[in-house]
Design a protein around this ligand. Structure first.
Ligand SMILES: [Zn+2]
Length: 252
């Protein structure tokens, strides 16, 4: 039975990796990964603010009366306080995506706390509000993250769909990858019947920035939204912020 300890070890590693990265795993504390109504779509953007894309994105969203949630990286908020303020002024919600975008699974509790606090502080300085929502970089969580997020008065938000808009693929590829949103909307599932009987609306994870530097190219993300926003509107979807779709601070 020499394999047994190894097998158990591999199992634990596997379980930990599952809890760290799988968007709907609750191993490391409660998370929000759906909206509370099938017709409510929460569009979320990570890794901004990005002067090259975010202003164009704000105009596109306004054209389609869409509100969204922006999970901002503190170091970019520091560079672009005016743009941060504008995102909020135009009706969107600001979320915390850490200060420097580390893999939190590899950070201790002190470093994790510092990353969250710095991001909240710089958002508060720029826009006068403290974020209520948090998204971990790369989707990686850790055993101590849930408690720290809670202490900062936030809820962790994952997603139902992450189409991979950071990949260097043609816009058509990304448009296809976003098909499930329309497919779900066409099903018109009554509340409580989709996704295993839980909350039913989609949370879409896109990127208006690139976590390594400012001015990352996200033209395909814009093009895909230009294609989908009017079509989603025709299907009866309403585009909401996390604040508008989750009544409690943290809802599993
Ligand atoms: Zn990110």
């Amino acid at each position: 039975m020499i394999e047994a300890p190894g097998a158990i070890g591999a199992g634990l590693v596997g379980l930990t990796a599952y809890g760290a990265a799988y968007p709907r795993a609750h191993l490391f504390g409660p998370i929000v990964c759906r909206t509370n109504w099938p017709d409510k779509l929460a569009i979320t953007f990570d890794d901004g603010p990005n002067p090259a894309i975010t202003p164009k994105l704000l105009d596109l969203l306004a054209k389609h009366k869409a509100r969204a949630t922006f999970f901002l990286v503190g170091k970019f908020v520091h560079e672009c306080p005016g743009l941060t303020k504008e995102i909020l002024a135009r009706g969107h919600a600001l979320g915390n995506h850490t200060d420097t975008h580390p893999n939190l699974f590899l950070c201790g509790s002190r470093k994790t706390e510092e990353e969250l606090r710095r991001c909240t502080d710089v958002i508060h300085r720029a826009a006068g509000v403290e974020p209520r929502w948090f998204r971990p970089p790369f989707g990686f969580r850790s055993p101590w993250l849930g408690e720290i997020v809670k202490r900062h008065g936030m809820g962790t938000v994952m997603w139902t769909l992450i189409p991979g808009d950071w990949r260097a693929k043609p816009a058509g590829w990304l448009i296809n990858r976003m098909n499930p949103i329309a497919e779900n909307a066409r099903k018109k599932l009554p509340p409580g019947t989709g996704y295993g009987g839980g909350l039913t609306g989609d949370i879409l994870c896109l990127h208006d920035g690139y976590h390594r530097h400012l001015n990352g190219d996200r033209a395909h993300t814009l093009a895909a939204l230009e294609y989908w926003l009017p079509r989603w509107g025709d299907l009866g979807l309403e585009f909401v912020t996390m604040d508008e779709t989750v009544s409690k601070t943290v809802e599993a």
